[in-house]
Design a protein around this ligand. Structure first.
Ligand SMILES: Nc1ncnc2c1ncn2[C@@H]1O[C@H](COP(=O)(O)OP(=O)(O)OP(=O)(O)O)[C@@H](O)[C@H]1O
Length: 234
């Protein structure tokens, strides 16, 4: 589904991305991990054509993302709050996003139902603009909006950030279920190794812009390797 070829991005003398070749298949659920500054967000930004590469390309379903708009129909993403529209209420924002993808209000309402527990009564019906929501609730609004149109490719940058423990657990299971039920490709970055190991059968370890390891994770088999890499002691 995704082919990354000879992709390079520098910021001054800093190498942010240097990936010779990387491939993902439809239905993969990939966890992207790496230390601060490893290049995870930069990779997502290049995949979503939010940033221009110095060299190389990202191809999704045969479409080069920097050359066409067609990949946008089947891609959903939440990278940061800039994806939100601060002066809308969450309902207005969800309906707006729904409209972009041809969903009417009833369809949007229906698609919000599986997120009821995730929203824990704090998102809908609050008569509040997005700008006035807490960091965690903004994060929830962004994740839900990215999933509303049931994208075949879902990219979430640090989806567990700012979420309370029970919301982290809920979204973890929702993402896993979404990947399985829709055969969607899901890519998430996180510093929470436990969550990544719990739900991602494939894990990419990034260092200085390079994907240094592509790890198959079956029944938590990646745990030891990742703990050794990050030097986590019991
Ligand atoms: N717009 C920019 N201008 C200059 N340098 C940048 C820019 N964006 C990213 N960088 C640099 O590129 C490198 C990769 O950053 P990136 O945010 O992609 O890492 P990350 O793996 O997402 O980090 P974190 O885990 O801390 O979020 C870092 O050294 C960062 O300082």
């Amino acid at each position: 589904m995704i082919n990354i070829d000879n992709l390079k991005k520098n910021f001054g003398s800093k190498v942010a991305i240097d990936i010779e070749h990387y491939e993902l298949n439809q239905g993969d659920m990939l966890g992207l991990v790496g230390n601060n500054g490893a290049g995870k967000t930069t990779l997502f930004r290049l995949m979503l054509d939010l940033l221009k590469a110095d060299k190389g390309k990202v191809i999704i379903n045969g479409i080069e993302v920097s050359q066409s708009e067609d990949w946008k129909n089947f891609t959903g993403a939440f990278i940061d709050y800039s994806f939100l529209i601060d002066y809308l209420t969450p309902e207005e924002y969800f309906y707006f996003i729904g409209k972009v993808y041809g969903l009417n209000k009833e369809e949007v309402n229906e698609r919000l139902l599986p997120f009821e527990r995730f929203m824990s009564g704090e998102i809908i019906g609050q008569k509040k603009y997005i700008r006035n929501y807490s960091a965690g609730n903004k994060q929830k609004i962004g994740i839900i909006a990215a999933m509303l149109h049931h994208p075949q490719l879902l990219i979430l940058d640090e989806p567990f950030n700012f979420l309370d423990p029970s919301s982290q657990s809920v979204i973890k299971h929702l993402l896993k279920k979404y990947n399985e039920e829709h055969q969607a490709t899901v890519i998430i970055s996180s510093h929470n190794l436990n969550h990544i190991i719990d739900i991602c059968p494939r894990i990419a370890l990034q260092e200085n812009g390079i994907i240094i390891k592509d790890i198959i994770n079956e029944n938590n088999s990646a745990e030891k390797e990742l703990e050794d890499y990050f030097n986590i002691k019991e």
